[in-house]
Each structure stands twice: as C-alpha cells, then as structure tokens.
Design a protein around this ligand. Structure first.
Ligand code: HEC
Ligand code: HEC
Length: 411
C-alpha cells in the first residue's frame, strides 16, 4: 500500500506515527521543495512565470505548516497571497478574477517583466474587556493597500482576498471524508457546492473550500502562484493586458507524472501528534464542548477509501472541522477595492497540528489572513454564526479560559 493510503490506514487503525510504514513518493517530495526556474532562450529552464509569487511550494508551505504571516506592518510576505475575484460569482462555478490582474496578484516576475505591484498591510489595534473578570484583550484589524499597480487600476468591484498559505497536514485524510458525512443535516448555505462540466462537487480545500480536491488546488497553485501550466490548466494566471496572455507553446510545463507524484506526496503529509498530557486533554476537551465549539470544529469525522487491491479502508479522524463553510460576521468578511464588505463564508479551519505549529521557532499567526497573533485572538474574531460560542468563551472564568487556550495550543 503506497503513499497516503498507508497514512490513512495508519491513522485509522490507531498506529502511532513512529510505526507507520510510509513509502513516500520521493520524487513528489523533491518536486515540493524544488525551486522552479524561468524558461531560458536556449529552451532550457522550467517555465516559471513570467508572473509568479514564489518559485516553490515549500517557500509558502515551509515544512508543510502554515506560511509565515505578517507579524507587523509592512509589505505583505509571499506566503500571504492576495487573491482577486470578480464580484458576484453566484453561479458557483470557478469564479473569474480581476479583468487585468487575474486570480492572484503576482508580486514577482522573471527578468525583463514587471511584477504586478506591491501590497502593504497596516494593523489597527482594537481593545476590549472580558466579563466577568475584567481581563483586557486586544485584536488587530488589517488594512491592505496597493502601493504600486503596474498594469493600471483594479476593477472597482474586484474583491480583495488575502489568504495565508495553510498547513497541509492530513489533506489526504480530509479528501477521504465521504460527502454525506459533510452534508448530513447541514443547511444548504453551509455547503460549498460547485458546478464543473455539468456535475456538482463539494468544495473542501482552501480557506473557503473553493477547491474540489488536492489535485485541483495543486494545479491552481502551479498556474496562479507559479506561472506553470499542467495537463489540467493550460493557462497561467495571465490576462489580455499582460505580457503572457498566450499560453506557452508545446506540452504542459509540468507533466502528468510530476503532477501525480506531487499530489500523492502532499496527500501523504501526516498530522503531527498532539503535544498535551492525558489529564490536560480531558479538561480542555470538556470546556471546548461545553461552550459549543464542536458545533463547527467537529472532533471526529469518518474517512473511507478503496485501496488499489479493492480493500475498503474506513475509520475516524480527529481534524476538528465539519468541512462546512460559515459566516463569521462583517469583521471577518472580504472587501472589494472600494472597501465595501462582501458577504463571505469560511471553511471551519481544522485545528489539528496547532501544537506542532506552536513548537516552531517562527511564531505562527492564525485565521485566513494571519490577522490573529494568538489562538485567543482567533477565537475573539468569531462572530456571525459563532456569536453565541464566542460570547460563552468571553464569559469563562480566566482560569477555565486559560485551560481551554492551553489545550488548543497543544492539539
Ligand atoms: C505563493 C504562495 C503559495 C505557493 C507557491 C503554493 N501555495 Fe499552496 N496555498 C497557498 C494559499 C494562499 C492557499 C490557500 C488558498 C485559498 O484559500 O484559496 C494554499 C492552499 C493549498 C492547499 C490546500 C490546503 C487546505 O487544507 O485547504 C494545498 C494542498 C496546497 N496549497 C498545496 C500546494 C502545492 C503542492 C504547491 C506547489 C505546487 C503550492 N501549494 C504552492 C499558497 C501557496
Ligand atoms: C459557526 C462555526 C464555528 C464555531 C461555532 C467556532 N468556530 Fe472556530 N473557526 C470557524 C471557521 C469558519 C474558522 C476559519 C476562519 C477563517 O477562515 O479565517 C475558524 C477558525 C478557528 C481557529 C483558527 C485556526 C487557524 O489555524 O487559523 C481557532 C483557534 C478556532 N476557530 C477556535 C474555536 C473555538 C475555541 C471555538 C469555540 C469558542 C470555535 N472556534 C467556534 C468556525 C467556527
């Protein structure tokens, strides 16, 4: 049993990560870390760009964890991608981008080509007080600014969608959750259905579940963030107003075998084990449940796959998500280029792996645009459908809130 299926089997059969025999597709891992090169006049190189954001998967998803988000004001880092979407993409097909800049604002370019420009972020602090107890809290509200726009203005209705590169832990497992485990009992608005080629698929990757599968997301990343074509996507993220509107001649820049190996590798990325002691686990879990967090962050989901030899592998994973999308209120919603709030629904972020993220030298940031500097700030931002759970969080005694936050930081 190869690759991610072995991980699935190991996870669901309760084997620890030490004992799981995982045959990683080595070339997939190499492709993940590979620094792709621009095309050369002599026909060499890989075809990176001409417009792009970063030359490798690993530069945004370093060690498969979340990308490094902004810790202070300044130019937004490469791992915080400014994606763009034409207003009113109600049809739920793959949405259109900005008419000039496309789906992703490309902050880098090959020699001789102008990058699309520069975006900066400024944070305003907002302070408040918990009741009871009177402990103060602070959150930071981001404000994005296009400092340079090298190809002219953005369309006024273009929605600005800053997105931090998420962790890739367990994406193969999330893909193995059957649709009906996600749709059962869910209101239609909470499901990220999309139509492609006349059939309906449930979106489940990306902060808004806009991608249907790991492969869908990976080939989008090649096209939009790296300027590399694949068998699935023959065009870079280039519009008629840019020096790359014509697709590069010849076969796809990344061939089928490479796409397949990379997807297989990404699906085999394991979930780091939680870092808490057992007695801490029980108490934190109780408080989490008592204030209703599992209404969205479901502690358990079923997984199901058929191995190439026909064996069915089933089991349970613990991702702390329902893989549904929820409205978390105006403060969290995207805005268009005139500053108008656009109603937005977010996929419940999986909480597994936070312990591992906290243990890394680079301080992690949270939420889709990395605005939250701590887990506590992330919870404070929950309004909209999560208003009552957020209120109950605020009403916890400082002692119980500390237990809950510590538990979340060890998942
Ligand atoms: C410039 C930064 C950047 C690069 C380069 C990049 N990604 Fe991403 N990745 C992102 C962002 C941002 C998202 C979230 C997209 C969204 O929410 O729409 C994402 C999402 C993903 C996801 C979905 C994870 C989930 O749980 O939803 C996968 C899988 C992924 N990337 C794999 C890759 C692979 C493989 C490559 C290399 C081919 C790659 N990425 C290159 C920034 C990047
Ligand atoms: C209505 C559904 C809902 C409820 C209830 C809810 N959450 Fe969330 N949670 C979300 C969504 C959606 C996101 C992703 C937000 C985004 O995309 O920025 C999220 C994100 C988070 C994150 C940030 C994860 C990351 O990696 O960025 C944490 C931590 C979190 N929630 C904790 C909690 C806690 C604790 C509770 C209970 C007080 C709770 N949530 C209740 C839907 C919910």
């Amino acid at each position: 049993m190869a690759g991610w299926l072995a991980v699935l089997a190991a996870s669901v059969l309760g084997a620890t990560t030490d004992t799981a025999v995982v045959a990683l597709p080595a070339s997939g891992q190499a492709l993940f870390e590979r620094q792709w090169q621009p095309a050369r006049p002599d026909g060499g190189g890989d075809g990176l760009g001409p417009l792009y954001n970063a030359p490798s998967c690993g530069s945004c998803h370093s060690d498969a964890t979340h990308g490094h988000g902004p810790l202070s004001d300044g130019v937004v880092p490469a791992a915080l991608v400014i994606t763009l979407e034409a207003a009113s993409s109600e049809a739920r097909t793959e949405p259109a981008g900005d008419p000039v800049y496309g789906h992703v604002f490309n902050s880098a370019a090959v020699e001789g080509v102008r990058a699309e420009g520069t975006v900066t972020v400024r944070y305003h602090e907002l302070a408040g007080t918990y009741y009871p107890g009177g402990t103060r809290w602070k959150i930071r509200v981001p404000e994005y600014r296009f400092e340079t726009l090298n190809y002219g203005p953005l369309a006024t209705r273009t929605v600005i969608k800053p997105r931090l590169a998420p962790a890739l832990f367990g994406v193969g497992l999330l893909e193995a959750v059957p649709d009906d485990a996600i749709t059962r009992g869910a209101a239609g608005a909470r499901l990220a259905w999309q139509w492609r080629h006349g059939a309906r698929y449930l979106g489940r990757f990306g902060w808004q579940s806009a991608s249907l599968s790991v492969r869908d997301q990976v080939t989008k990343a090649f096209a939009n963030e790296m300027g590399l074509t694949t068998p699935d996507r023959a065009h870079d993220d280039c519009t008629g107003r840019q020096p790359c509107a014509e697709p590069p001649p010849g076969p796809p820049e990344v061939d089928e075998a490479s796409v397949a190996a990379l997807v297989e590798y990404v699906k085999s990325i394991e979930v780091p084990p939680a870092t808490h002691a057992q007695e801490e686990d029980a108490e934190g879990r109780r408080i989490f449940a008592a204030i209703g967090c599992p209404n969205c962050h479901r502690p358990e989901l079923p997984v199901e796959r058929t191995a190439p030899d026909g064996t069915r592998v089933t089991g349970t994973i613990s991702p702390y998500t329902d893989l549904q999308v929820h409205d978390l209120g105006h403060g969290m919603a995207d805005r268009d280029s005139t500053g108008r709030v656009v109603p937005s629904r977010w996929r419940t972020a999986p909480l597994w792996g936070i312990g591992f993220r906290m243990s890394r030298p680079e301080r992690p940031v949270f939420l889709h645009d990395g605005r939250a500097r701590t887990v506590e700030e992330a919870v404070l931002w929950h309004l909209g459908e999560a208003t009552s759970e957020q209120r109950l969080f605020g009403e916890l005694s400082p002692y119980r809130r500390a237990i809950l936050l510590h538990w979340l930081e060890t998942l």
